[in-house]
Design a protein around this ligand. Structure first.
Ligand SMILES: Cc1cc2nc3c(=O)[nH]c(=O)nc-3n(C[C@H](O)[C@H](O)[C@H](O)COP(=O)(O)OP(=O)(O)OC[C@H]3O[C@@H](n4cnc5c(N)ncnc54)[C@H](O)[C@@H]3O)c2cc1C
Length: 327
């Protein structure tokens, strides 16, 4: 029986949503193949999350309880993952397709003779091997691809590609990894971490709902309206590049080719034309709602629901209606 490894992406001691989503997918695929799922936890606090990871399908947890996992840049995580691969003998690894983890994955792939597929939106077994779905060319082409060479297949899974579901597993077996870091792994130390001040809203990379605003808002103050709508929906706030370049909203909230890639259940864009570079970051959203006063705006080509109208009339009414329904 083989093991499928899932690298748990976590922050402040809590698995990110994408991690429980990956475990759910891995459990489904491993069950079908008669394999098992093992989580890899790098950093302190594995014991505190063991039951949670077990509930989502991990039969085992390889953990490296060391502050070094986050104390240096990239390489300690690569070397700890190498240790997990050696102990487990796994030939498949799922990881979160975020910028940081992709950096770890790329370096691991060279060392472990692996093939890597990133930004995966679905996984299935085809002819006995894992086949990944991913979009390319800004989402114009959807590909199905397999890792054809190497000893290890690595899949970087996008946020919200799968729905996280508990499978009622028991307490996973805990296996401590023995990691002796190389000199180069500790060459670049993290000396301080400064959290960006952010409102009490979900991160757009993981949020189920993202409300975003563009140049059509006309001015920075327009984002107050977008935030109001976001707060009534419990959503994250995103922006087009035109809006972030204008300084109306911070760049870290930019959605698109040169910004964040999001895949929420619901994306609601106001005053955004839907340029291809913006769509590249949001078109895997499950439902797209667009509010734009131009009926010819390209965003309507991919919208499930569209409102042709002035956002300054439509959005306040939407907020009012949602508040009334919430009571
Ligand atoms: C290499 C490259 C990378 C890029 N990367 C990104 C990226 O990552 N993300 C990104 O977003 N863009 C990116 N862009 C820019 C992109 O091409 C567009 O310029 C940008 O997305 C436009 O932003 P927008 O939709 O807010 O503005 P516009 O295209 O100007 O659209 C504004 C829309 O608002 C509507 N509108 C105006 N007033 C109202 C109103 N009162 N009510 C309702 N609707 C109204 C208009 O009809 C219009 O459709 C990139 C461009 C390049 C060349």
């Amino acid at each position: 029986m083989a093991e499928m490894l899932v690298l748990i992406d976590h922050t402040d001691g809590h698995p990110r949503k994408v991690s429980t989503q990956m475990l759910t997918a891995a459990k489904r695929l491993a069950d079908a193949a008669g394999d098992t799922v093992a989580a890899v936890w790098l950093g302190e606090g594995a014991a505190d999350v063991a039951d949670t990871l077990g509930a989502f399908g991990a039969a085992k947890i390889y953990h490296w309880d060391s502050a070094d996992a986050q104390g240096y840049v990239t390489l300690p995580q690569v070397e700890a993952l190498q240790a997990a691969l050696e102990v487990s003998g796994a030939d498949t690894l799922l990881f979160a397709s975020s910028n940081h983890v992709k950096d770890v994955a790329a370096r691991l792939a060279i060392r472990a003779d692996a093939g890597v597929i990133t930004d995966v939106t679905d996984l299935e077994v085809v002819d006995g091997a894992l086949s990944a779905t991913k979009e390319v060319f800004g989402g114009d082409v959807i590909t199905k691809c397999k890792v054809a060479e190497g000893k290890l297949a690595m899949f970087g899974v996008g946020a919200n590609a799968f729905v996280a579901e508990e499978s009622g597993g028991g307490s996973p077996e805990m296996v401590a990894l023995e990691v002796s870091l190389s000199e180069s792994a500790t060459a670049t130390k993290v000396t301080s971490v400064e959290k960006q001040a952010s409102a009490d809203r979900p991160d757009i990379g993981e949020a189920a709902i993202v409300v975003s605003g563009g140049r059509g808002l006309g001015e920075e103050a327009g984002f107050k309206l977008i935030e109001e709508l976001a707060d009534v929906l419990g959503a994250g706030v995103g922006a087009s590049r035109a809006a972030t370049d204008a300084g109306w909203y911070p760049h870290r909230y930019q959605i698109g080719q040169t910004g964040r890639t999001i895949s929420p259940t619901l994306y609601l864009g106001s005053g955004i034309s839907g340029a291809i570079q913006h769509r590249a970051g949001m078109q895997t959203s499950q439902n797209v709602v667009a509010i734009n006063k131009d009926a010819e705006a390209p965003i309507f080509q991919i919208a499930d629901f569209g409102v042709v109208g002035d956002l300054y009339q439509v959005v306040p009414k939407l907020v009012e209606e949602l508040k009334a329904r919430k009571g």
